[in-house]
Design a protein around this ligand. Sequence first.
Ligand SMILES: *[C@@H]1O[C@H](CO)[C@@H](O)[C@H](O)[C@H]1NC(C)=O
Ligand SMILES: *[C@@H]1O[C@H](CO)[C@@H](O)[C@H](O)[C@H]1NC(C)=O
Ligand SMILES: *[C@@H]1O[C@H](CO)[C@@H](O)[C@H](O)[C@H]1NC(C)=O
Ligand SMILES: *[C@@H]1O[C@H](CO)[C@@H](O)[C@H](O)[C@H]1NC(C)=O
Length: 422
Amino acid sequence: MAAPLSESSVKLSSPPLFILICSLLIISTTTQLQSHDEEGFISVLVSDKGLEFAKDLVISKALNSMLPLQLPHIRKSVRVPVVGEVDVLLSNIMIASVGIQSSYVKTGEEGIALIVSGATANLSLNWEYSYSSWFIPFPISERGSASVKVEGMEVGLTSTLTNQGGTLKLALLDCGCYVEAISIKLDGGSPWLYQIAVAAFEGQIATTVEKAIPEKISEGITILDAKLQDLPRYMPVGEAAVLNVTFVKDPALSDSSIDLEIDGLFTTSDHNIAFLEKSPNLSLSSSSCNGMVKMIQISLHENVLKSASSVYFNAGYMNLIVDKMPDQKLLNTAGWKYTVPQLYKQYPDDDMQLNISASSLPMIEVSDSGIYTTLYSDVTIDVLDSGDVVPVACISLVSETLLILCDVYTSILLGIDIVFNR
Ligand SMILES: *[C@@H]1O[C@H](CO)[C@@H](O)[C@H](O)[C@H]1NC(C)=O
Ligand SMILES: *[C@@H]1O[C@H](CO)[C@@H](O)[C@H](O)[C@H]1NC(C)=O
Ligand SMILES: *[C@@H]1O[C@H](CO)[C@@H](O)[C@H](O)[C@H]1NC(C)=O
Ligand SMILES: *[C@@H]1O[C@H](CO)[C@@H](O)[C@H](O)[C@H]1NC(C)=O
């Protein structure tokens, strides 16, 4: 009873979804409740290029976790002339692969919109039917498989990104899926199954896809949101310090970019150093060494560096003991026998060490040309005399350093741009 492979297809019509989504963003009513006095010391600007990169990453990750996607089965009674009432069941409906033609992301005051258009999908399913008639003494049934091609699929979603107690909250505002055309290829089956039953099912398969995809996306957004909420608010940097990565306000979503404000100050691991009062004004100097379009621009306020040096200074980390040298005999009084005979006389053949320690908080200043640091340090020369550390001389040093920002730029890969400002 096996029939040759046959195919049928149908065009479904309903308004393209992306028009709805675009209008959603355009009619955005400006209801941003954010206080402007809260600024972070680190701000991260994700540019349109960065968003584009993130979008592709999110879509490929989402597809990987979604597929294969099992859809609910479809059961229907179809009236077939002569044959009568036929009970048809489509089961094991599975989206095995999805191909994406184009996608784009758009940010606006209301949120982030992501649109995938011209997508295709391949589905597989099993079909079976059965019927009984007064003129046949036993019920007739048949089963087989089919492949379904979904074409011109559009998926769109809008979501909001807000600050919730210092972490980011992602919430889905709206999500939709629209299928333009669908074609079914049956493997086996009676000719009448094509003529009548298949046409009756195309719309239903499309509806099932249009319903299942937004449900799956909604699940995915919930999982992603939970991951965002789980991000730590403090990031350990070495043993002594943690960086406060608490978000200080709602992300500012402007036309095709996102600005994230992070507290950005260093504190001690036990959080008990209250650093610096917040400086009233933040002026962003977006100097750039080359014209390359950056995906992410990170702005660091001078206070980030100051808080780091404050934490390390107070934790006693700005201290260095030098007891090895290329010319090791300089670290023994014997090496000074002829130049400083008094030293050798008092401490014959004793080892020596240099104790270099910062004597005050390093001064850090950010300017257009770079970062100036001034470090005041004391260098103590110690003699190690039978277990005692005896300081014999002390020198005060002032060292000034200028870090040129271009060196920082060139070392940063992936198009991340770092700007320092005060
Ligand atoms: C669907 O299957 C066809 C042929 O079997 C193949 O050419 C096409 O690339 C597949 N589409 C996707 C999105 O995997
Ligand atoms: C971390 O930053 C948040 C937001 O600015 C602030 O409320 C919190 O007190 C900071 N934590 C510490 C330990 O300074
Ligand atoms: C800081 O900004 C305020 C208003 O924006 C301005 O009035 C004030 O002069 C600024 N202070 C400094 C030190 O630039
Ligand atoms: C090094 O010098 C600092 C202050 O000058 C002192 O507090 C510290 O104990 C010294 N360290 C050693 C190992 O001598």
